[in-house]
Design a protein around this ligand. Structure first.
Ligand code: THU
Length: 174
């Protein structure tokens, strides 16, 4: 994430523009091997999805700095807010098993029973905030690989690209 600051006359108010870099790949074949394998695991994780209401099945694969990979899939509930997204299932499983190991990367993919998911699947806002917590905890940026059922793949270096100005309050961290 880069930041540009301009002074706007006459009030000297600062206008700030944030921008970020990410990579676009036309197919998984173009990815570096680690990213391709993690995205493959995210696709496999879709098998565990429980999505009888949305029919939209999401898989996530979370790789820790020690090489361990944990998967997650979306788990829906009749009482809608009680369900959980694939990313949080995955990242919480990883953090529960290895609380002291930084998260290195997360890959996400999805399929729908009703249409083709032909764009990379972006994590929802709550998942972005949940994931950024682990970047802050370990002061370590997470690689993010977003794929769909078909189509292009996006690769980001750090959740800051997807969630600028994420909530954080150092006073809350003991
Ligand atoms: N979903 C995820 O698993 N991850 C996201 O980042 C966005 C949405 C799930 C929640 C719900 O089960 C279904 O996709 C449709 O919103």
């Amino acid at each position: 994430m880069t930041k540009k600051t301009r002074l706007i006359k006459p009030h000297c108010m600062k206008q700030i523009t944030h921008s970020f870099d990410y990579q676009i790949f036309d197919s998984a074949l173009e990815l570096q091997v680690n990213d391709r394998e993690l995205l493959e695991k995210a696709k496999e994780a879709i098998a565990g999805s429980y999505a009888p209401y949305s029919h939209y099945h999401v898989g996530a694969a979370v790789k820790l700095a020690n090489g361990q990979v944990f998967i997650g899939s979306n788990q829906e509930n009749m009482s809608f807010p009680a369900g959980l997204c694939a990313e949080r299932v995955g990242v919480f499983a990883a953090a529960s098993n290895f609380p002291d190991v930084p998260v290195a990367a997360i890959a996400i993919s999805a399929i729908s029973d009703d249409f083709e998911v032909s764009e990379p699947v972006p994590p929802c806002g709550m998942c972005r905030q949940a994931i950024v917590e682990y970047e802050l905890k370990f002061n370590n940026k997470i690689r993010i690989i977003l794929g769909g059922q078909t189509g292009r793949i996006y690769v980001f270096h750090g959740m800051g690209s997807l969630l600028p100005l994420a909530f954080q309050e150092k006073g809350l961290v003991k």
